[in-house]
Design a protein around this ligand. Structure first.
Ligand SMILES: [Zn+2]
Length: 320
């Protein structure tokens, strides 16, 4: 059985009598009769199915660059729940105590304001056909700080020689391979915590200029920490990467499941290795200034299925 939300049933609304021409175009009696029956049929189905699905997004105001938690309370017991949001696949986890399904997702920095559909596919008890439920959410535009950050880094980062270029290419391949992996099962549990207790030196979304050359917007959050400061995992997960990369320096990437990764750059020392299971607050490395950095600091990034989200917003988001 398919259930649809009210917003899509525009054809069920009475015709607009805005002009005489429209009135004269009244369809023949048989068509009118069929329309009435269709309307009665839909009215009979809707309150029992669509009305009992509770589908929420947190935060309630969605903007570009923001992580989002979708929570779904279905009217019947489900075996599994998956969804599609902004062309990404979502796999929901079940919380038995609240009978709620939930998935972490996000809105890319580049997403233009507008209405976007969350399409859910629910598998009820074995043998039954999947249910399709759709809800529309509005994404508003957020103006990130248009501070131009002018930075001076070693020339090898802006004008690499052939050998350095090859090193950068090798790092790029590693990133393309590892960072595109999606583990559907959730490993994160509860809120994401700050990786260090320190002042913020640069926010997500600001404009960067390295050695006079404009780069893309800042895709993470910078903490002002001296070399050797312990860096903590923001949530539970598995260490996906713990190695040196050309621009990122010594870099740790944690896979939290549901397509969500956290990244920690410019470290002076590793405290974990690839494949390790980590808990929120566990020290994964010591801060430093390795890779393309103007000096010691911690760059933290949040990546969801290939798109970088605002780490500050993720830390503010209340999670189950
Ligand atoms: Zn940074």
């Amino acid at each position: 059985m398919k259930s649809r939300n009210h917003q899509q049933l525009t054809w069920g609304q009475p015709p607009r009598l805005s002009s005489e021409r429209e009135v004269r175009r009244t369809p023949p009696c048989s068509v009118q009769f069929a329309t009435v029956w269709l309307f009665v049929l839909v009215a009979a189905i809707l309150p029992a199915s669509a009305a009992t699905w509770t589908i929420n997004a947190g935060p309630t105001r969605l903007v570009n660059g923001a992580p989002v938690l979708f929570q779904v309370k279905p009217p019947t017991k489900l075996e599994s729940l998956t969804g599609t949001w902004l062309t990404h696949q979502l796999t929901f986890s079940y919380d038995a105590s609240t009978k709620t399904w939930f998935a972490l997702a996000g809105v890319a920095f580049e997403t233009t304001p507008g209405k976007y559909a969350l399409e859910l596919s629910a598998q009820p008890a074995a043998g039954k056909r999947p249910l399709i439920v759709t809800r529309t959410f509005t994404v508003a535009h957020f103006q990130y700080p248009q501070i131009k950050v002018e930075l001076t880094v070693e020339k090898k980062f802006t004008e690499p020689n052939p050998e350095q270029l090859q090193q950068a290419e090798e790092s790029k391949k590693i990133k393309q391979d590892y960072l595109s992996r999606v583990t559907p099962d959730r490993e994160w549990d509860g809120n994401f915590a700050a990786p260090a207790e320190a002042a913020i030196s640069d926010v997500y979304g600001s404009q960067r200029i390295f050695n006079g050359k404009a780069q893309r917007e800042h895709q993470g959050l910078d903490f002002r920490v001296p070399t050797g400061t312990p860096v903590a995992a923001m949530n539970s997960g598995t260490v996906l990467l713990a190695r040196f990369l050309y621009f990122e320096g010594n870099c740790v990437v944690i896979d939290h499941g549901q397509g969500l990764l956290t990244l920690y750059f410019h470290l002076s020392e590793f405290k974990v290795k690839e494949g390790d299971q980590v808990q929120r607050g566990q020290i994964v490395g010591l801060s430093g200034g390795t890779g393309r950095a103007t000096g010691p600091h911690l760059h933290v990034a949040v990546r969801w299925q290939g798109t970088y989200l605002d780490p500050a917003r993720l830390m503010q988001l209340p999670l189950p």
